[in-house]
Design a protein around this ligand. Sequence first.
Ligand code: SAM
Length: 264
Amino acid sequence: MAEKAPNRQSAGEWSARQYLKFEDERTRPPRDLLAQVPLENPKRVVDLGCGPGNSTELLIERFPAADTIGVDSSPDMLRQARERLPRCAFVEGDLATWLPEEHTDLLFGNAVFHWVPDHPKVLARLLQALPQGGVLAAQMPDNTTEPALMLMEKVAASGPWAAATARVARNDLPTPEAYYDLLRPLCRHIDIWHTNYNHLLENHAGVVEWFKGSGLRPFLAPLDAEMREQFTARYTEEIERAYSARYDGKVMLKFPRLFILAVR
Ligand SMILES: C[S@@+](CC[C@H](N)C(=O)[O-])C[C@H]1O[C@@H](n2cnc3c(N)ncnc32)[C@H](O)[C@@H]1O
């Protein structure tokens, strides 16, 4: 697929409320990622792109004695995270330039790096910043060829909003092989795997609600309220055509995700 423009993370603010409508489903991948982290007693842990604190909470549960902080670029997400975990430190930062303090044992980034421009380089830089034995754990949606994502681009290209939404689609992720070649020379162990989740959503509107909290955001952000409504209506029609309802009316959303676990 042709290279697209760099992701424009700044296009539109994240909404913690919208994101958390599917908290259970969204928190399952970080649970699966954390289960593979081979650390017993880390002293310093950072949740990168901590969002509303759902992934941070998992880290605190697993490592209660660690000094855990969350980093995110969204004030709304940080506000929600601080309310949820008042004893934890949350700091505003952009992963494009952020670096961990010395002696950080775990950098955990669930569902964030695909929003960071040139993220493979950022992963390499963060891995190099870890002490020996430190762990970098990342999970990213690898779903740009799924109908739900392709249809955003289709709708974006064919309406009065085409100029405004022309350059917001996400790039495909690099292949596992490319991540391996980049990161393996920087660490002593690496594991890269995919998991396909089949999220069961109430109906087609549920699929649209899901993506309003993540992938649709950059498409809707440049539009005024009326255009947003029209865009969303067109997208909903496309989703209804592409995803057949199950026998009980629910819709199964296939969601492939890529996991990387590297030990420095
Ligand atoms: C999909 S949410 C993930 C939230 C949480 N980690 C989880 O596991 O559900 C992505 C988060 O990454 C943050 N984010 C996106 N780009 C970022 C960047 N360049 N630097 C820091 N945070 C970023 C967003 O603000 C958002 O809170």
